[in-house]
Write a protein that binds this ligand. Structure first.
Ligand code: ADP
Ligand code: MG
Length: 624
Protein backbone atom coordinates (compact mmCIF):
# COMPACT_ATOMS: atom_id res chain seq x y z
CA UNK A 1 0.00 0.00 0.00
CA UNK A 2 1.29 3.42 -0.88
CA UNK A 3 2.22 5.56 2.06
CA UNK A 4 1.57 9.27 1.75
CA UNK A 5 3.93 11.71 3.41
CA UNK A 6 2.90 14.43 5.80
CA UNK A 7 3.84 17.91 4.74
CA UNK A 8 7.20 18.95 6.10
CA UNK A 9 5.79 21.34 8.66
CA UNK A 10 3.38 18.70 9.91
CA UNK A 11 6.15 16.20 10.22
CA UNK A 12 8.15 18.37 12.57
CA UNK A 13 5.16 19.06 14.71
CA UNK A 14 4.18 15.45 14.73
CA UNK A 15 7.64 14.60 16.00
CA UNK A 16 7.07 16.92 18.91
CA UNK A 17 3.73 15.30 19.63
CA UNK A 18 5.02 11.79 19.45
CA UNK A 19 7.90 12.61 21.72
CA UNK A 20 5.32 14.06 23.97
CA UNK A 21 6.99 17.17 25.24
CA UNK A 22 3.66 18.44 26.33
CA UNK A 23 3.29 17.72 29.97
CA UNK A 24 -0.44 18.06 29.70
CA UNK A 25 -1.01 14.95 27.60
CA UNK A 26 -4.56 14.52 28.85
CA UNK A 27 -5.80 17.36 26.63
CA UNK A 28 -5.77 15.00 23.63
CA UNK A 29 -9.26 13.93 24.69
CA UNK A 30 -10.51 17.49 24.81
CA UNK A 31 -9.19 18.08 21.29
CA UNK A 32 -10.83 14.99 19.84
CA UNK A 33 -14.13 15.67 21.56
CA UNK A 34 -14.08 19.27 20.35
CA UNK A 35 -13.49 18.06 16.80
CA UNK A 36 -16.37 15.62 17.18
CA UNK A 37 -18.57 18.40 18.47
CA UNK A 38 -17.56 20.74 15.60
CA UNK A 39 -18.34 18.00 13.08
CA UNK A 40 -21.70 17.38 14.73
CA UNK A 41 -22.47 21.10 14.57
CA UNK A 42 -21.77 21.04 10.84
CA UNK A 43 -24.07 18.09 10.34
CA UNK A 44 -26.80 19.66 12.44
CA UNK A 45 -26.72 23.04 10.72
CA UNK A 46 -26.43 21.43 7.35
CA UNK A 47 -29.57 19.46 8.01
CA UNK A 48 -31.36 22.54 9.24
CA UNK A 49 -30.40 24.65 6.24
CA UNK A 50 -31.40 21.81 3.90
CA UNK A 51 -34.81 22.10 5.46
CA UNK A 52 -34.68 18.75 7.25
CA UNK A 53 -36.36 19.60 10.46
CA UNK A 54 -36.63 17.33 13.41
CA UNK A 55 -32.93 16.51 13.67
CA UNK A 56 -32.64 15.49 17.27
CA UNK A 57 -29.64 16.83 19.16
CA UNK A 58 -29.97 14.05 21.68
CA UNK A 59 -29.51 11.52 18.86
CA UNK A 60 -26.34 13.28 17.71
CA UNK A 61 -24.33 11.93 20.58
CA UNK A 62 -20.59 11.49 20.98
CA UNK A 63 -19.61 8.07 22.23
CA UNK A 64 -16.49 6.89 23.98
CA UNK A 65 -15.56 3.20 24.07
CA UNK A 66 -12.79 1.51 25.95
CA UNK A 67 -11.32 -1.83 24.86
CA UNK A 68 -8.87 -2.57 27.59
CA UNK A 69 -7.63 -5.86 26.20
CA UNK A 70 -6.49 -4.32 22.94
CA UNK A 71 -5.50 -0.97 24.51
CA UNK A 72 -7.98 0.84 22.29
CA UNK A 73 -9.88 4.04 23.04
CA UNK A 74 -12.49 5.09 20.46
CA UNK A 75 -14.24 8.44 20.15
CA UNK A 76 -17.22 8.26 17.78
CA UNK A 77 -19.45 10.97 16.46
CA UNK A 78 -22.33 11.16 14.05
CA UNK A 79 -21.05 14.40 12.61
CA UNK A 80 -20.42 15.46 9.04
CA UNK A 81 -17.62 12.96 8.41
CA UNK A 82 -14.94 13.40 5.76
CA UNK A 83 -14.54 12.43 2.13
CA UNK A 84 -11.30 10.90 0.85
CA UNK A 85 -10.05 14.33 -0.26
CA UNK A 86 -11.02 15.93 2.99
CA UNK A 87 -9.12 13.30 4.93
CA UNK A 88 -5.91 14.14 3.11
CA UNK A 89 -6.59 17.83 3.24
CA UNK A 90 -7.51 17.99 6.90
CA UNK A 91 -5.28 15.38 8.47
CA UNK A 92 -2.30 15.41 6.12
CA UNK A 93 -1.41 18.99 6.90
CA UNK A 94 -1.17 20.20 10.37
CA UNK A 95 -3.24 23.16 11.28
CA UNK A 96 -0.84 26.02 11.82
CA UNK A 97 -1.76 26.40 15.36
CA UNK A 98 -0.06 29.20 17.21
CA UNK A 99 1.04 27.15 20.15
CA UNK A 100 2.81 24.61 17.98
CA UNK A 101 4.76 27.31 16.27
CA UNK A 102 5.59 28.84 19.61
CA UNK A 103 6.69 25.47 20.85
CA UNK A 104 9.04 24.82 17.93
CA UNK A 105 10.57 28.25 18.33
CA UNK A 106 11.09 28.04 22.06
CA UNK A 107 11.92 24.38 22.34
CA UNK A 108 13.96 24.61 25.53
CA UNK A 109 11.82 26.89 27.65
CA UNK A 110 9.43 25.68 30.26
CA UNK A 111 6.62 24.29 28.23
CA UNK A 112 4.26 23.15 30.91
CA UNK A 113 1.94 26.05 30.25
CA UNK A 114 1.73 25.44 26.52
CA UNK A 115 0.04 22.13 27.06
CA UNK A 116 -3.02 24.06 28.17
CA UNK A 117 -3.71 25.31 24.70
CA UNK A 118 -5.17 23.67 21.69
CA UNK A 119 -2.89 21.46 19.64
CA UNK A 120 -5.61 19.89 17.50
CA UNK A 121 -6.02 16.45 16.11
CA UNK A 122 -2.32 15.59 16.31
CA UNK A 123 -2.53 15.61 20.08
CA UNK A 124 -3.77 12.03 19.62
CA UNK A 125 -0.18 11.02 18.93
CA UNK A 126 0.89 12.02 22.41
CA UNK A 127 -0.76 8.91 23.75
CA UNK A 128 -1.18 6.63 20.72
CA UNK A 129 1.15 4.42 18.76
CA UNK A 130 -1.39 4.17 15.96
CA UNK A 131 -4.33 6.41 15.11
CA UNK A 132 -7.13 5.30 12.77
CA UNK A 133 -9.84 7.63 11.54
CA UNK A 134 -12.79 5.74 10.10
CA UNK A 135 -15.15 8.17 8.51
CA UNK A 136 -18.11 8.48 6.17
CA UNK A 137 -19.05 11.86 4.86
CA UNK A 138 -22.63 13.02 4.78
CA UNK A 139 -22.06 13.68 1.08
CA UNK A 140 -20.70 10.24 0.19
CA UNK A 141 -21.70 6.56 0.24
CA UNK A 142 -18.18 5.31 0.68
CA UNK A 143 -16.30 5.23 3.92
CA UNK A 144 -12.54 5.64 4.28
CA UNK A 145 -9.95 4.76 6.84
CA UNK A 146 -7.02 7.05 7.50
CA UNK A 147 -4.23 5.42 9.46
CA UNK A 148 -0.89 6.55 10.76
CA UNK A 149 1.67 5.34 13.22
CA UNK A 150 3.63 8.52 13.27
CA UNK A 151 5.95 10.70 11.32
CA UNK A 152 6.67 8.27 8.50
CA UNK A 153 3.33 8.94 6.83
CA UNK A 154 -0.25 7.77 6.58
CA UNK A 155 -2.51 5.64 4.39
CA UNK A 156 -6.07 6.16 3.22
CA UNK A 157 -8.09 3.09 2.21
CA UNK A 158 -11.78 2.43 1.55
CA UNK A 159 -13.59 0.63 4.34
CA UNK A 160 -17.00 -0.30 5.72
CA UNK A 161 -19.08 2.10 7.77
CA UNK A 162 -22.86 2.16 7.67
CA UNK A 163 -23.59 5.41 9.48
CA UNK A 164 -22.45 8.89 8.59
CA UNK A 165 -19.87 10.14 11.06
CA UNK A 166 -16.38 9.48 12.33
CA UNK A 167 -14.68 7.01 14.67
CA UNK A 168 -11.29 8.07 15.91
CA UNK A 169 -9.56 4.90 17.09
CA UNK A 170 -6.53 5.27 19.29
CA UNK A 171 -4.20 2.36 19.94
CA UNK A 172 -2.55 3.54 23.12
CA UNK A 173 1.21 3.41 23.57
CA UNK A 174 2.66 0.71 25.79
CA UNK A 175 3.48 1.81 29.33
CA UNK A 176 7.12 2.40 30.12
CA UNK A 177 8.87 2.79 33.42
CA UNK A 178 8.32 6.54 33.42
CA UNK A 179 5.13 6.86 31.45
CA UNK A 180 1.74 5.41 32.09
CA UNK A 181 -0.68 5.41 29.20
CA UNK A 182 -3.02 2.76 30.58
CA UNK A 183 -4.64 5.43 32.72
CA UNK A 184 -6.58 6.39 29.60
CA UNK A 185 -8.18 2.95 29.60
CA UNK A 186 -9.75 3.62 32.97
CA UNK A 187 -13.35 4.68 32.46
CA UNK A 188 -13.40 6.82 35.60
CA UNK A 189 -10.27 8.67 34.55
CA UNK A 190 -11.84 9.32 31.14
CA UNK A 191 -15.10 10.45 32.64
CA UNK A 192 -13.17 12.79 34.94
CA UNK A 193 -11.39 14.32 31.93
CA UNK A 194 -14.68 14.85 30.13
CA UNK A 195 -16.02 16.64 33.20
CA UNK A 196 -12.92 18.75 33.49
CA UNK A 197 -12.55 19.94 29.92
CA UNK A 198 -15.68 19.11 27.99
CA UNK A 199 -18.51 19.36 30.48
CA UNK A 200 -20.34 21.99 28.46
CA UNK A 201 -20.13 20.42 25.01
CA UNK A 202 -23.67 20.77 23.75
CA UNK A 203 -24.08 17.15 22.65
CA UNK A 204 -24.29 14.28 25.07
CA UNK A 205 -20.99 12.45 25.56
CA UNK A 206 -21.81 8.87 26.47
CA UNK A 207 -19.79 6.01 27.81
CA UNK A 208 -20.42 2.65 29.40
CA UNK A 209 -19.38 2.84 33.02
CA UNK A 210 -18.47 -0.29 34.92
CA UNK A 211 -20.61 -0.79 38.01
CA UNK A 212 -21.07 -3.39 40.73
CA UNK A 213 -24.32 -4.62 42.14
CA UNK A 214 -25.58 -7.39 44.31
CA UNK A 215 -27.03 -10.30 42.40
CA UNK A 216 -30.68 -10.90 42.93
CA UNK A 217 -31.44 -13.51 45.60
CA UNK A 218 -27.77 -13.92 46.34
CA UNK A 219 -24.98 -12.35 48.38
CA UNK A 220 -22.65 -12.25 45.41
CA UNK A 221 -21.75 -9.16 43.46
CA UNK A 222 -21.63 -8.83 39.73
CA UNK A 223 -20.17 -6.34 37.30
CA UNK A 224 -22.46 -4.66 34.83
CA UNK A 225 -22.25 -1.75 32.46
CA UNK A 226 -24.46 1.23 32.28
CA UNK A 227 -24.38 3.91 29.63
CA UNK A 228 -24.09 7.33 31.15
CA UNK A 229 -24.01 10.85 29.81
CA UNK A 230 -20.79 12.28 31.22
CA UNK A 231 -21.25 15.96 30.52
CA UNK A 232 -23.79 18.36 31.93
CA UNK A 233 -24.07 20.16 28.56
CA UNK A 234 -25.51 23.48 29.63
CA UNK A 235 -23.05 25.55 31.58
CA UNK A 236 -24.57 27.21 34.62
CA UNK A 237 -23.48 30.61 33.32
CA UNK A 238 -25.51 30.09 30.18
CA UNK A 239 -28.70 29.40 32.05
CA UNK A 240 -31.33 32.05 31.66
CA UNK A 241 -32.20 34.30 34.57
CA UNK A 242 -34.55 32.52 36.89
CA UNK A 243 -33.38 29.11 35.69
CA UNK A 244 -30.64 28.92 38.26
CA UNK A 245 -31.01 30.47 41.70
CA UNK A 246 -28.38 31.71 44.12
CA UNK A 247 -28.25 28.34 45.84
CA UNK A 248 -27.28 26.69 42.56
CA UNK A 249 -24.57 29.29 41.96
CA UNK A 250 -23.28 28.85 45.49
CA UNK A 251 -23.12 25.10 45.07
CA UNK A 252 -21.33 25.52 41.76
CA UNK A 253 -18.83 27.93 43.31
CA UNK A 254 -18.09 25.69 46.26
CA UNK A 255 -17.52 22.67 44.08
CA UNK A 256 -15.64 24.40 41.30
CA UNK A 257 -13.32 26.43 43.51
CA UNK A 258 -13.14 24.06 46.43
CA UNK A 259 -14.30 26.47 49.08
CA UNK A 260 -16.16 25.39 52.20
CA UNK A 261 -17.99 28.65 52.49
CA UNK A 262 -20.45 30.08 49.99
CA UNK A 263 -19.29 33.19 48.14
CA UNK A 264 -20.00 36.64 49.54
CA UNK A 265 -21.28 37.89 46.22
CA UNK A 266 -22.02 36.74 42.69
CA UNK A 267 -21.06 38.92 39.74
CA UNK A 268 -22.54 37.97 36.39
CA UNK A 269 -22.28 39.57 33.04
CA UNK A 270 -23.21 38.77 29.46
CA UNK A 271 -21.61 41.07 26.98
CA UNK A 272 -22.37 41.34 23.33
CA UNK A 273 -20.81 43.52 20.71
CA UNK A 274 -17.31 43.64 19.24
CA UNK A 275 -16.60 40.63 21.35
CA UNK A 276 -19.17 38.48 23.12
CA UNK A 277 -18.62 36.69 26.36
CA UNK A 278 -20.32 35.54 29.52
CA UNK A 279 -18.64 35.80 32.87
CA UNK A 280 -19.65 34.27 36.16
CA UNK A 281 -17.57 35.61 39.00
CA UNK A 282 -17.55 35.43 42.77
CA UNK A 283 -16.20 37.36 45.70
CA UNK A 284 -15.06 34.73 48.21
CA UNK A 285 -16.22 35.16 51.80
CA UNK A 286 -12.72 34.84 53.15
CA UNK A 287 -9.25 35.36 51.75
CA UNK A 288 -7.54 32.04 50.98
CA UNK A 289 -4.69 31.13 53.33
CA UNK A 290 -2.05 32.00 50.76
CA UNK A 291 -3.78 35.11 49.45
CA UNK A 292 -1.23 37.65 50.58
CA UNK A 293 1.75 35.47 49.63
CA UNK A 294 3.73 34.87 46.47
CA UNK A 295 2.12 31.45 46.08
CA UNK A 296 -1.25 32.88 45.26
CA UNK A 297 -2.15 32.77 41.59
CA UNK A 298 -4.81 35.07 40.29
CA UNK A 299 -6.90 34.39 37.23
CA UNK A 300 -10.24 33.38 35.80
CA UNK A 301 -10.92 30.09 34.05
CA UNK A 302 -11.14 30.73 30.33
CA UNK A 303 -13.55 28.81 28.11
CA UNK A 304 -14.33 29.06 24.48
CA UNK A 305 -17.77 27.80 23.63
CA UNK A 306 -17.93 25.80 26.82
CA UNK A 307 -14.53 24.15 26.31
CA UNK A 308 -11.88 24.90 28.88
CA UNK A 309 -8.81 26.61 27.43
CA UNK A 310 -7.02 27.29 30.66
CA UNK A 311 -7.75 27.12 34.33
CA UNK A 312 -6.17 30.42 35.37
CA UNK A 313 -5.95 33.10 32.78
CA UNK A 314 -4.07 35.88 34.57
CA UNK A 315 -4.55 38.37 31.77
CA UNK A 316 -8.25 38.56 32.61
CA UNK A 317 -7.83 40.13 36.05
CA UNK A 318 -5.90 43.18 37.18
CA UNK A 319 -3.81 42.61 40.31
CA UNK A 320 -6.05 44.82 42.38
CA UNK A 321 -9.00 42.51 41.74
CA UNK A 322 -6.97 39.32 42.10
CA UNK A 323 -9.37 38.05 44.79
CA UNK A 324 -12.15 37.49 42.24
CA UNK A 325 -12.77 33.90 41.25
CA UNK A 326 -14.78 32.68 38.31
CA UNK A 327 -14.99 31.80 34.67
CA UNK A 328 -15.23 33.58 31.35
CA UNK A 329 -16.64 31.96 28.27
CA UNK A 330 -16.31 33.52 24.84
CA UNK A 331 -17.23 32.12 21.50
CA UNK A 332 -14.92 34.61 19.87
CA UNK A 333 -11.71 32.98 20.98
CA UNK A 334 -10.32 29.94 19.23
CA UNK A 335 -9.30 26.78 20.99
CA UNK A 336 -6.06 26.80 19.04
CA UNK A 337 -4.58 29.74 20.80
CA UNK A 338 -1.12 29.89 22.29
CA UNK A 339 -0.01 31.67 25.38
CA UNK A 340 1.96 34.11 23.30
CA UNK A 341 -0.88 34.98 20.98
CA UNK A 342 -3.25 35.00 23.93
CA UNK A 343 -1.29 37.75 25.63
CA UNK A 344 -1.50 39.91 22.54
CA UNK A 345 -4.97 38.93 21.56
CA UNK A 346 -7.05 42.04 21.04
CA UNK A 347 -10.26 40.29 21.88
CA UNK A 348 -8.88 38.97 25.13
CA UNK A 349 -7.78 42.48 26.05
CA UNK A 350 -11.28 43.76 25.34
CA UNK A 351 -12.77 41.04 27.49
CA UNK A 352 -10.33 41.84 30.30
CA UNK A 353 -11.23 45.51 30.18
CA UNK A 354 -14.96 44.75 30.17
CA UNK A 355 -14.51 42.48 33.15
CA UNK A 356 -12.47 45.03 35.08
CA UNK A 357 -15.22 47.59 34.58
CA UNK A 358 -17.93 45.14 35.56
CA UNK A 359 -16.19 44.20 38.80
CA UNK A 360 -15.60 47.85 39.61
CA UNK A 361 -19.19 48.94 39.11
CA UNK A 362 -20.38 45.92 41.00
CA UNK A 363 -18.17 46.79 43.97
CA UNK A 364 -19.47 50.36 43.90
CA UNK A 365 -22.97 48.99 43.92
CA UNK A 366 -22.09 46.61 46.75
CA UNK A 367 -20.71 49.47 48.85
CA UNK A 368 -23.75 51.61 48.19
CA UNK A 369 -26.45 49.05 48.80
CA UNK A 370 -25.03 46.63 51.34
CA UNK A 371 -22.67 48.57 53.57
CA UNK A 372 -22.31 45.86 56.21
CA UNK A 373 -21.59 43.21 53.60
CA UNK A 374 -19.07 45.44 51.89
CA UNK A 375 -17.26 46.13 55.15
CA UNK A 376 -16.94 42.39 55.74
CA UNK A 377 -15.61 41.99 52.23
CA UNK A 378 -13.25 44.91 52.79
CA UNK A 379 -11.88 43.40 55.98
CA UNK A 380 -10.78 40.40 53.88
CA UNK A 381 -9.59 42.02 50.68
CA UNK A 382 -9.41 45.77 51.28
CA UNK A 383 -5.63 45.73 51.55
CA UNK A 384 -5.44 44.54 47.97
CA UNK A 385 -7.49 47.52 46.80
CA UNK A 386 -5.17 49.85 48.69
CA UNK A 387 -2.14 48.14 47.16
CA UNK A 388 -3.87 48.70 43.83
CA UNK A 389 -3.79 52.45 44.43
CA UNK A 390 -0.13 52.34 45.30
CA UNK A 391 1.03 49.97 42.57
CA UNK A 392 1.94 50.95 39.02
CA UNK A 393 2.79 54.46 40.22
CA UNK A 394 -0.80 55.22 40.94
CA UNK A 395 -2.06 54.49 37.42
CA UNK A 396 -5.30 53.06 38.80
CA UNK A 397 -5.85 55.35 41.75
CA UNK A 398 -8.86 57.11 40.33
CA UNK A 399 -10.63 53.82 39.66
CA UNK A 400 -10.11 52.65 43.20
CA UNK A 401 -10.22 55.71 45.44
CA UNK A 402 -13.93 55.41 46.12
CA UNK A 403 -13.72 51.72 46.98
CA UNK A 404 -11.35 52.02 49.90
CA UNK A 405 -12.28 52.43 53.53
CA UNK A 406 -10.49 53.79 56.57
CA UNK A 407 -10.99 53.85 60.29
CA UNK A 408 -11.32 57.35 61.63
CA UNK A 409 -11.96 59.46 64.70
CA UNK A 410 -15.62 59.75 63.68
CA UNK A 411 -16.64 56.41 65.14
CA UNK A 412 -16.01 52.70 65.34
CA UNK A 413 -16.84 51.85 61.76
CA UNK A 414 -15.18 52.51 58.46
CA UNK A 415 -15.42 55.66 56.41
CA UNK A 416 -14.93 56.33 52.73
CA UNK A 417 -12.99 59.37 51.60
CA UNK A 418 -16.10 60.97 50.19
CA UNK A 419 -17.92 60.54 53.51
CA UNK A 420 -14.97 62.21 55.26
CA UNK A 421 -15.10 65.15 52.88
CA UNK A 422 -18.84 65.51 53.38
CA UNK A 423 -18.22 65.90 57.13
CA UNK A 424 -15.38 68.42 56.76
CA UNK A 425 -15.65 71.77 58.48
CA UNK A 426 -16.21 74.61 56.10
CA UNK A 427 -12.88 76.25 56.86
CA UNK A 428 -10.99 72.97 56.71
CA UNK A 429 -8.47 72.75 53.91
CA UNK A 430 -6.88 69.37 54.44
CA UNK A 431 -7.81 65.77 55.07
CA UNK A 432 -5.93 64.90 58.23
CA UNK A 433 -4.56 61.47 59.01
CA UNK A 434 -2.51 59.82 61.72
CA UNK A 435 -0.44 56.67 61.29
CA UNK A 436 0.13 54.00 63.87
CA UNK A 437 -0.58 50.48 64.93
CA UNK A 438 -4.14 50.84 66.18
CA UNK A 439 -7.05 53.24 66.17
CA UNK A 440 -7.09 53.27 70.00
CA UNK A 441 -3.48 54.43 70.19
CA UNK A 442 -3.95 57.01 67.48
CA UNK A 443 -6.88 58.57 69.30
CA UNK A 444 -4.44 59.42 72.12
CA UNK A 445 -1.62 60.69 69.94
CA UNK A 446 -0.61 64.17 71.18
CA UNK A 447 -0.19 65.44 67.62
CA UNK A 448 -3.80 64.58 66.86
CA UNK A 449 -5.10 66.50 69.84
CA UNK A 450 -5.25 69.97 68.33
CA UNK A 451 -6.83 68.69 65.13
CA UNK A 452 -9.46 66.75 67.03
CA UNK A 453 -10.05 69.66 69.40
CA UNK A 454 -10.62 71.94 66.44
CA UNK A 455 -13.55 69.67 65.62
CA UNK A 456 -11.91 67.99 62.69
CA UNK A 457 -11.84 64.34 61.81
CA UNK A 458 -8.65 62.31 61.59
CA UNK A 459 -8.28 59.24 59.38
CA UNK A 460 -6.50 56.44 61.15
CA UNK A 461 -3.89 54.73 59.00
CA UNK A 462 -3.48 51.47 60.85
CA UNK A 463 -2.28 49.30 57.97
CA UNK A 464 1.24 49.52 56.60
CA UNK A 465 -0.10 50.33 53.16
CA UNK A 466 -2.48 53.10 54.24
CA UNK A 467 -0.10 56.01 54.33
CA UNK A 468 1.56 54.93 51.09
CA UNK A 469 -1.82 54.81 49.38
CA UNK A 470 -2.62 58.34 50.59
CA UNK A 471 0.81 59.55 49.41
CA UNK A 472 0.01 58.25 45.92
CA UNK A 473 -3.50 59.69 45.96
CA UNK A 474 -2.08 63.05 47.06
CA UNK A 475 -5.51 64.59 47.36
CA UNK A 476 -9.16 63.71 47.30
CA UNK A 477 -11.77 66.06 45.92
CA UNK A 478 -9.15 68.82 45.83
CA UNK A 479 -8.27 68.39 49.50
CA UNK A 480 -4.70 67.36 50.11
CA UNK A 481 -3.86 64.79 52.72
CA UNK A 482 -1.91 65.98 55.68
CA UNK A 483 -0.38 63.94 58.48
CA UNK A 484 -1.06 65.24 61.98
CA UNK A 485 2.66 64.66 62.58
CA UNK A 486 3.71 66.96 59.81
CA UNK A 487 5.19 70.24 60.98
CA UNK A 488 2.71 72.67 59.58
CA UNK A 489 -0.90 71.63 60.06
CA UNK A 490 -2.47 74.86 58.82
CA UNK A 491 -5.43 74.48 61.09
CA UNK A 492 -8.14 77.03 60.24
CA UNK A 493 -7.86 79.11 63.40
CA UNK A 494 -4.20 78.68 64.08
CA UNK A 495 -2.24 81.71 65.16
CA UNK A 496 1.02 81.37 63.32
CA UNK A 497 2.42 84.67 64.55
CA UNK A 498 2.48 83.47 68.15
CA UNK A 499 4.72 80.51 67.53
CA UNK A 500 7.00 82.52 65.30
CA UNK A 501 7.44 85.09 68.02
CA UNK A 502 8.00 82.45 70.71
CA UNK A 503 10.59 80.81 68.47
CA UNK A 504 12.50 84.06 68.09
CA UNK A 505 12.34 84.71 71.80
CA UNK A 506 13.60 81.26 72.82
CA UNK A 507 15.97 80.52 69.94
CA UNK A 508 18.97 80.07 72.24
CA UNK A 509 17.15 77.53 74.39
CA UNK A 510 16.06 75.61 71.31
CA UNK A 511 19.62 75.61 69.97
CA UNK A 512 20.97 74.37 73.27
CA UNK A 513 18.51 71.50 73.32
CA UNK A 514 19.29 70.61 69.73
CA UNK A 515 22.95 70.41 70.67
CA UNK A 516 22.14 67.95 73.45
CA UNK A 517 20.22 65.70 71.08
CA UNK A 518 22.66 65.98 68.19
CA UNK A 519 21.76 63.94 65.10
CA UNK A 520 18.77 62.38 66.75
CA UNK A 521 16.59 65.27 65.70
CA UNK A 522 16.77 67.64 62.77
CA UNK A 523 15.42 70.49 64.84
CA UNK A 524 13.90 71.49 68.17
CA UNK A 525 10.98 73.88 67.78
CA UNK A 526 7.98 75.58 69.32
CA UNK A 527 4.78 73.71 68.68
CA UNK A 528 1.48 75.12 67.53
CA UNK A 529 -0.40 71.88 67.88
CA UNK A 530 0.15 70.73 71.46
CA UNK A 531 -2.41 71.35 74.12
CA UNK A 532 -2.06 69.20 77.21
CA UNK A 533 1.21 67.40 76.39
CA UNK A 534 4.60 69.06 76.94
CA UNK A 535 6.34 67.56 73.89
CA UNK A 536 5.84 65.53 70.75
CA UNK A 537 7.80 64.32 67.76
CA UNK A 538 6.89 65.41 64.29
CA UNK A 539 8.59 64.99 60.97
CA UNK A 540 9.62 67.31 58.23
CA UNK A 541 10.18 66.26 54.62
CA UNK A 542 8.23 63.47 52.96
CA UNK A 543 8.96 60.55 55.24
CA UNK A 544 6.97 59.98 58.40
CA UNK A 545 7.93 57.84 61.38
CA UNK A 546 5.42 55.23 60.25
CA UNK A 547 6.90 55.11 56.77
CA UNK A 548 10.36 54.83 58.25
CA UNK A 549 9.19 51.83 60.25
CA UNK A 550 7.58 50.11 57.25
CA UNK A 551 10.33 50.88 54.77
CA UNK A 552 13.23 50.00 57.04
CA UNK A 553 11.68 46.58 57.60
CA UNK A 554 11.80 45.96 53.86
CA UNK A 555 14.90 44.67 52.07
CA UNK A 556 16.87 47.59 50.72
CA UNK A 557 15.07 50.09 52.91
CA UNK A 558 17.62 50.10 55.74
CA UNK A 559 18.88 53.64 55.18
CA UNK A 560 15.44 55.26 55.13
CA UNK A 561 15.19 57.91 57.79
CA UNK A 562 12.48 60.31 58.86
CA UNK A 563 13.64 63.83 59.74
CA UNK A 564 12.43 64.27 63.30
CA UNK A 565 11.49 67.50 64.97
CA UNK A 566 11.10 67.71 68.74
CA UNK A 567 8.21 70.09 69.36
CA UNK A 568 7.76 71.89 72.68
CA UNK A 569 4.49 73.17 74.07
CA UNK A 570 5.21 76.81 75.07
CA UNK A 571 2.21 77.00 77.40
CA UNK A 572 3.12 73.92 79.43
CA UNK A 573 4.76 74.27 82.89
CA UNK A 574 7.58 72.03 81.67
CA UNK A 575 8.50 74.70 79.14
CA UNK A 576 8.76 77.31 81.89
CA UNK A 577 11.12 74.96 83.69
CA UNK A 578 13.27 74.62 80.57
CA UNK A 579 13.46 78.38 80.18
CA UNK A 580 14.48 78.67 83.80
CA UNK A 581 17.20 76.00 83.61
CA UNK A 582 18.63 77.56 80.50
CA UNK A 583 18.67 81.06 81.91
CA UNK A 584 20.43 79.79 85.05
CA UNK A 585 22.98 77.91 82.93
CA UNK A 586 21.97 74.76 84.79
CA UNK A 587 23.54 71.49 83.62
CA UNK A 588 20.23 69.77 84.37
CA UNK A 589 18.93 71.08 81.04
CA UNK A 590 20.76 68.15 79.44
CA UNK A 591 19.01 65.42 81.37
CA UNK A 592 15.61 67.12 81.11
CA UNK A 593 16.05 67.40 77.34
CA UNK A 594 17.03 63.74 77.09
CA UNK A 595 14.01 62.75 79.15
CA UNK A 596 11.60 64.81 77.09
CA UNK A 597 12.97 63.31 73.88
CA UNK A 598 12.56 59.82 75.33
CA UNK A 599 9.02 60.66 76.36
CA UNK A 600 8.14 61.88 72.87
CA UNK A 601 9.54 58.66 71.39
CA UNK A 602 7.51 56.53 73.77
CA UNK A 603 4.34 58.41 72.85
CA UNK A 604 4.99 57.23 69.29
CA UNK A 605 5.32 53.67 70.48
CA UNK A 606 9.11 53.75 70.04
CA UNK A 607 11.81 52.98 72.58
CA UNK A 608 14.24 55.67 73.81
CA UNK A 609 17.31 55.22 71.64
CA UNK A 610 19.76 55.24 74.51
CA UNK A 611 18.52 53.40 77.58
CA UNK A 612 21.54 54.22 79.75
CA UNK A 613 21.22 57.89 79.04
CA UNK A 614 17.50 57.64 79.76
CA UNK A 615 17.87 56.02 83.15
CA UNK A 616 20.76 58.30 84.12
CA UNK A 617 18.62 61.32 83.29
CA UNK A 618 15.74 59.94 85.27
CA UNK A 619 17.93 59.33 88.33
CA UNK A 620 19.42 62.75 87.96
CA UNK A 621 15.95 64.21 88.22
CA UNK A 622 14.75 61.98 91.05
CA UNK A 623 17.76 62.75 93.24
CA UNK A 624 17.43 66.48 92.74
P1 ADP B 1 -9.16 22.40 14.03
O1 ADP B 1 -10.17 21.62 14.82
O2 ADP B 1 -8.65 23.58 14.80
O3 ADP B 1 -9.60 22.76 12.67
P2 ADP B 1 -7.74 19.93 14.14
O4 ADP B 1 -6.28 19.58 13.95
O5 ADP B 1 -8.32 19.59 15.45
O6 ADP B 1 -7.85 21.47 13.85
O7 ADP B 1 -8.60 19.24 13.01
C1 ADP B 1 -8.27 19.40 11.66
C2 ADP B 1 -9.49 19.25 10.78
O8 ADP B 1 -9.82 17.86 10.65
C3 ADP B 1 -10.75 19.89 11.28
O9 ADP B 1 -10.82 21.24 10.90
C4 ADP B 1 -11.84 19.08 10.58
O10 ADP B 1 -12.08 19.58 9.28
C5 ADP B 1 -11.22 17.72 10.47
N1 ADP B 1 -11.71 16.81 11.51
C6 ADP B 1 -11.08 16.44 12.63
N2 ADP B 1 -11.84 15.61 13.37
C7 ADP B 1 -13.00 15.45 12.69
C8 ADP B 1 -14.20 14.70 12.94
N3 ADP B 1 -14.37 13.98 14.05
N4 ADP B 1 -15.19 14.77 12.00
C9 ADP B 1 -15.03 15.53 10.88
N5 ADP B 1 -13.94 16.25 10.62
C10 ADP B 1 -12.92 16.22 11.50
MG1 MG C 1 -9.77 20.76 16.63
Amino acid sequence: MEKKQFQTESKRVLDLMINSIYTNREIFLRELISNASDATDKRYYNALSAGQSGVDREALAIEIKIDRENRILTISDSGCGMTEEELTENLGVIAKSGSLQYKTEHADEDMSIIGQFGVGFYAAFMVSSTVRVITRSMTSDTAFCWESSGADGYTVTPCEKTEVGTDVVLVLKEDTEEENYSEFLDSYRISGLVKKYSDYIRYPIRMDLEKRRKKEDSDEYETYYETETLNSMVPIWKRAKGEADDAAFHAYYQERFMDYTPPKRIIRTDAEGMVSYSALMFLPSAAPMNYYTKDFEKGLALYTNGVLIMEKCQELLPDYFSFVRGIVDSQDLSLNISRETLQQDRRLKMIASGIEKKIRTDLEDFLKNDRAGYEEFFAQFGLQLKYGIYMEFGANKDKLKDLILFRSSSGDGYTTLSEYVARMRESQKYIYFASGQSAEKLARLPQAERVLDAGMEVLYCTEDIDEFALKVLMSYDNHEFRSVSEEDLELPDEKKGDTEEATREHQELLDAMKEVLGDRVARVGISARLKSHPVCLSTQGGISLEMERVLSAMPGGEGVHAERVLELNPSHPVFAKLVHLHAAGDEKLKSVTALLHAQALMMEGLLPDNMTEFSDALQDLLTE
